[in-house]
Ligand binder design. Structure first.
Ligand code: ZN
Length: 143
């Protein structure tokens, strides 16, 4: 069960993934970092990329504080193979419905087939030797 929960959790990859239901690509994983270093001195963690300009605020002792918007270099699919919980539920239900429909159809096909074979047998039993001869002649004449 633990594994089942793990696959339904967020999946992080260094490349975008597509949602199995709506085909949307997984968004970039974003985070924020606070620093007293301005853009000229701030160095993000390796693999991280600063997006846009930082938001500047001031600390109580009049120091500048920079809030950086950062892309971690990863893409996150929030619900396993799906972008939204809704996508996962719709996909799962459609899969079950499809399976049930197939099971029903297969059952009918095999029943029909049995019925057809039985009917064919009955027709052959009913056929008299004369009518078979007539059928044979008809077939030969039409060749
Ligand atoms: Zn989706």
């Amino acid at each position: 069960m633990t594994n089942d929960f793990n696959i339904t959790g967020p999946q992080k990859k260094p490349h975008p993934m597509r949602c199995w239901y709506c085909q949307r690509t997984s968004p970039k994983e974003m985070t924020e970092q606070m620093s007293t270093f301005g853009p000229d001195r701030y160095i993000p963690k390796s693999g991280w990329q600063v997006i846009g300009d930082p938001v500047i605020s001031e600390t109580s002792n009049n120091k500048k504080l920079y809030r950086y918007k950062i892309w971690t270099g990863m893409y996150v699919m929030k619900f396993g193979y799906f972008c939204m919980q809704k996508c996962a539920t719709v996909f799962a239900n459609a899969a079950v419905a499809h399976k049930l429909r197939n099971r029903k159809t297969n059952g009918q096909t095999s029943n029909n087939r049995e019925g057809e074979l039985l009917e064919m047998k009955q027709r052959m039993d009913r056929a008299s030797p004369q009518s078979l001869k007539a059928l044979q002649d008809k077939f030969n004449n039409n060749r």
